[in-house]
Design a protein around this ligand. Structure first.
Ligand SMILES: C[S@@+](CC[C@H](N)C(=O)[O-])C[C@H]1O[C@@H](n2cnc3c(N)ncnc32)[C@H](O)[C@@H]1O
Length: 353
């Protein structure tokens, strides 16, 4: 996608207003967040005739000063409206309260990204996740996932699973159409996809690959099926660590965006070595340039700064052509690509070139 703009044709006064929304973005974010956390938006939503500042302050045992600071910011953002000094919920507020995607994005931004994003400039200049120190002292966030503070941990996992879960049901029949008997899930995380595969096909044998920290969680989650699962602990950043051979299908979901281009190339090379001669590789991922709706492209693009400041300092949300070129370099050939899966996924299928 060489030509793209998210900008709508606007009169100068409206464009200037949009610019102020960026200038005050973090301020408004915090006001809306606290208004939700304190239950102010829920109270307003429950009340058909709206709520005054005095009523909200009395009910929630907060000062009128605090409630008015928060609600006036929510008013400016179109989250609430005001009629005769009574606040009511606007449509944007309805999405803040009820839309699962907005909730997971909001929590992810607050609990994982917000503080560390202050270090984005250093991260980009130095190629290291300079903001990660706000969460813990690890080389990459993946080393620390299982020991994150509970609130941050659930924000991370809900964000990750919200997107990949939306695609899993739709792609299972495609992945099993060649009747694989061995399937390797690289970046298996807590074993959610593996569980779906084991349920979907009672004959398949799975190999799960991930860091030791994630493998111990997956081992616990899949304990009842341990006779059909092999757990392979590996740091994929080490290009000398081979992957187990003899795989009919190799599966990588939301994985390659965690690595630099050089590491992706090395992963594809090892994947090729592990793949049976008539086997295939599936890559499930989100590409901003493959989206039909700007809302999806916007969410994907704005996940890249998380990779830079927090996750690893070297990766990004790539465009599909970047994966295809790296796979080609590793001796794999694209044979199918399907977009519009789940919320925003594409499924790429590769075979030996
Ligand atoms: C974004 S999650 C995707 C999880 C899952 N495949 C899904 O679709 O929800 C990326 C996974 O890659 C793993 N990972 C990241 N860096 C790794 C590394 N250097 N070695 C092994 N696994 C790694 C993480 O532990 C995590 O489980």
């Amino acid at each position: 996608m060489k030509n793209k703009t998210f900008a709508k044709p606007l009169p100068a006064i409206d464009a200037r207003f949009e610019a102020q929304k960026i200038a005050f973005g973090p301020v408004v974010f915090q006001c809306v967040r606290i208004a939700m956390k304190w239950g102010l938006l829920e109270s307003i939503d429950r009340s058909p005739s709206g709520q005054s500042i005095e009523e909200l302050a009395a009910f929630h045992q907060r000062s009128e000063y605090a409630v008015s600071v928060l609600l006036e910011s929510c008013l400016s953002a179109g989250v609430v409206g005001r009629k005769e000094d009574r606040y009511y919920l606007e449509k944007i507020g309805d999405f803040m309260l009820r839309d699962p995607m907005t909730r997971v994005n909001f929590n992810f931004t607050q609990e994982i990204c917000y503080q560390g994003m202050f270090e984005l400039e250093s991260a980009l200049a130095e190629g290291r996740p300079a903001g990660l120190k706000c969460l813990g002292e690890w080389e990459t966030i993946y080393r620390g996932l299982s020991s994150l503070p509970e609130v941050a941990k659930s924000a991370w996992f809900e964000f990750d699973h919200h997107y990949s879960d939306s695609a899993f049901t739709l792609v299972l029949p495609i992945v099993f159409s060649s009747q694989p008997t061995t399937l390797m899930d690289i970046g298996a995380n807590t074993g959610k996809w593996a569980q779906r595969c084991l349920d979907f096909n009672p004959m398949v044998r799975m190999t799960l690959v991930d860091l030791p920290e994630q493998m111990s969680i997956a081992r616990g989650n899949l304990a009842s099926q341990s006779d059909r699962v092999d757990f392979y602990e590996a740091d994929m950043l080490n290009p000398d660590t081979p992957f187990p051979a003899g795989q009919d299908v190799i599966w990588m979901s939301q994985l390659l965006s965690c690595f630099s281009k050089q590491s992706i190339l090395e992963i594809f090379r090892r994947v090729k070595t592990s793949l049976n001669s008539n086997g295939c590789v599936y890559v499930l991922d989100t590409f901003w340039d493959s989206q039909r709706h700007d809302i999806a492209a916007y969410c994907i693009i704005n996940t890249s700064p998380y990779f830079a400041a927090l996750a690893n300092g070297v990766s990004t949300m790539y465009q599909s052509q970047e994966y295809i070129q790296l796979a080609n370099q590793a001796g794999l050939q694209l044979v199918d690509i399907r977009d519009d899966i789940g919320l925003s996924h594409s499924l790429l299928k590769f075979v030996h070139a």
